[in-house]
Design a protein around this ligand. Structure first.
Ligand code: NAD
Length: 391
């Protein structure tokens, strides 16, 4: 089986789907690796390093013509989809719940679409394949560094001959994988850190990192669905925003990571909350997206400063800014999935397998993943969440 690694084309994307180390691990399963010329450049992985590890370095045209499986980090652009052929497979983070149109296009081409986003993450044998977690971990780490680098004072308490600097107060909203890593990193930098999440289970996790858990009286913490938060009702959202505003105003740096799968990120920092913050405060919004983020006025990929001097960093793709670490982890995830799905040197699609039932989106010209099929149903016409108004 020929597996091909494409050069990522999304703006600012510097990750690569496989690192050279992976090539020797795939070979015993009958998987030969081709690398599109320059695919690893952004992560400081040269074509020579891939060639030394046993990969063939090829141009784009040859790659699409001969590959059985295309390996990618992010979803492919429309121009790439038209190059794929019937029976070929693509594996990557295809985000089918937020972009079901892509799944529909791949299905129409007869391409087998496999998305790491759909992995059943709580299944212990799936954990080495969990790219959402590995990339969130990188993102949370970088968010704390971005917060520290943007803030005009120190994170730690420093006692020097020139005086004593008090430590920064950091608040992390959303304590999933990214939030917990942001908390841990900000703690290691010496800040005084608090964390908050709607899931009751997160309290113990936040406290185990030595941070304080923020308890809101207006919104009841609960178990969530399958470990994920549910979307709050409009009343709960408003109560949460109002109560959070007071806490946000007392912090120097706020890192927001809140997500609800397949939905817009919840708005946690309102205009009123921003107005109550002190000049020089910093917000790193990891939820920033074209649909809006966790913070009013945040813009993906941009840094904006409010009239009262609050810097809002719209941090939309932080893993791409730590490209070597992110690629190393992703390469292990995608290799583990590829090996899991390979039998006798070929891709063995079997949706009776719990892992495959989550990740295989389309096969044999049909959408096979249930939640994606529901989204593509006649009523929904492929919009994951564009009906609700943000408030
Ligand atoms: P995520 O990226 O979907 O969301 C980030 C965090 O935002 C979550 O903790 C969520 O509860 C929180 N959030 C959502 N709406 C919020 C709101 N209105 N206010 C405050 N916080 C809000 O989450 P994730 O990092 O992907 O993790 C989701 C869950 O999956 C967690 O329970 C995590 O422990 C679990 N998980 C388990 C495994 C495993 O078992 N191996 C692996 C990865 C993740």
């Amino acid at each position: 089986m020929k597996a091909a690694v494409v050069k990522e084309t999304a703006p600012g994307e510097r990750r690569v789907a496989l690192v050279p180390d992976a090539i020797a691990k795939l070979r015993p399963a009958g998987i030969e690796v081709m690398i599109e010329r320059g695919a690893g450049d952004g992560a400081w992985l040269s074509d020579a390093a891939y060639a030394d590890a046993g990969a063939a370095i090829v141009g784009g045209a040859e790659l699409y013509e001969t590959a059985d499986v295309i390996l990618t980090v992010t979803k492919p652009p429309a121009a790439t989809i038209s190059k794929l052929r019937k029976g070929q497979a693509i594996i990557g983070m295809l985000a089918p719940l937020t972009d079901p149109g892509l799944a529909a296009a791949l299905t129409a081409q007869g391409v087998t679409a496999i998305s790491l986003d759909g992995l059943p993450r709580t299944l212990s044998r799936a954990q080495p394949m969990d790219a959402l977690s590995s990339q969130s971990n990188v993102a949370g780490y970088k968010a704390a560094l971005v917060g520290a680098a943007t803030f005009g004072r120190f994170f730690p308490m420093l006692i020097t001959a020139a005086g004593t600097a008090r430590p920064a107060k950091v608040l992390v909203l959303g304590a999933g994988v990214a939030g917990l890593q942001a908390i841990g990193t900000a703690k290691r930098l010496g800040a005084v850190v608090s964390g908050y999440d709607v899931r009751a289970a997160s309290k113990g996790e936040v406290e185990s990192l030595g941070a304080t858990f923020l308890v809101l009286t207006s919104v009841e913490a609960e178990a969530g669905e399958g470990g994920y938060a549910r979307e709050l009702t409009a009343e709960e959202r408003q109560a949460q925003q109002e109560e959070l505003a007071g806490h946000i105003a007392r912090h120097d740096v706020v890192i927001t990571t809140a997500q609800v799968p397949g939905r817009r990120p919840p708005l946690l920092v309102t205009e009123d909350a921003l107005k109550a913050m002190s000049p020089g405060s910093v917000i790193v919004d990891m939820g920033a997206s074209s649909l809006g983020g966790n913070v009013t006025g945040s813009r993906p990929g941009e840094t904006v400063v409010t009239e009262n001097g609050v810097t809002i960093v719209g941090a939309d793709n932080l893993p791409a800014t730590v490209p070597t670490a992110a690629s190393n982890a992703y390469s292990r995830n995608i290799s583990a999935l590829l090996l899991h799905m390979t039998k006798d040197g070929a891709l063995n699609i079997d949706t009776a397998d719990e892992i495959q039932a989550g990740v295989v989106i389309a096969h044999d010209g049909k959408v096979v993943q249930e939640s994606v099929a529901r989204l593509l149903g006649p009523q929904t016409k492929g919009d994951a969440d564009v009906d609700g108004t943000r408030n």
